[in-house]
Design a protein around this ligand. Structure first.
Ligand code: UDP
Length: 192
């Protein structure tokens, strides 16, 4: 996609459906992919924190997660079609992973949330191959890295909030040739 820059951050200029389709194509082609969903809070944080800015600029795609980003783009006369939240992408990819039996790894949220998540997945998305589900309050990052490397998931969802999730992805994305994405509070929202 072409991109629209807001405060130096290039946002994917595309619709929600086209965006999710593009990610599915990349997963099918085993292309290593890093997706950041950036809300205004993340844009402001990246603006004052250079290491974090450099880290998210290494992403393959940055989606406009928040009406503030859409409004800023319109004001700058470089409109973006619509808001694409982390939760939209998370649920869109889960539905597809269910139909296509993709291997998915889940990292993040509190232990009881990750337990509810695996139960809900088994009930509603039985085609999803859950190759790992760990809470986001881990002590030993190398253990998780080893598990991901051994399982080779098609998708790794990291729900530990920013900047932790993007830092984790930037240091480990080389372990698979799949998609890696930070999804913030999506696991909490998913389990309700
Ligand atoms: N979280 C986590 N590990 C941590 C800190 C937070 O797994 O060390 C989880 C927390 O339980 C919650 C999510 O990360 O599920 C943060 O959600 P939030 O909506 O605050 O994310 P943000 O929008 O700030 O990225």
């Amino acid at each position: 996609f072409r991109s629209v820059k807001i405060m130096g951050i290039p946002f994917a200029n595309t619709t929600r459906n086209q965006f999710i389709n593009q990610l599915q194509t990349r997963i099918q082609n085993h292309q290593n992919t890093f997706v950041v969903t950036a809300n205004p809070e993340i844009v402001m944080y990246a603006n004052r924190n250079e290491p974090y800015r450099n880290l998210i600029l290494k992403a393959d795609y940055i989606s406009p997660d928040g009406i503030g980003i859409i409004k800023a783009a319109a004001t700058l006369k470089t409109p973006l079609p619509e808001r694409i939240t982390g939760f939209d992408i998370f649920t869109g990819l889960l539905k597809w992973a269910d139909q296509t039996q993709k291997k998915v790894y889940f990292l993040g949220a509190k232990p009881h949330v990750i337990n509810l998540l695996t139960t809900k997945l088994a009930a509603n998305f039985p085609g999803v191959q859950v190759v790992g589900a760990r809470d986001g309050y881990y002590k030993d990052e190398s253990l998780i890295a080893a598990e991901i490397k051994a399982q080779q998931p098609d998708i790794v969802f990291v729900a530990t909030g920013f900047p932790k999730q993007e830092q984790f992805i930037a240091s480990h994305r080389h372990l698979t040739n799949g998609l890696w994405m930070g999804v913030g509070g999506s696991f909490d929202v998913f389990v309700g």
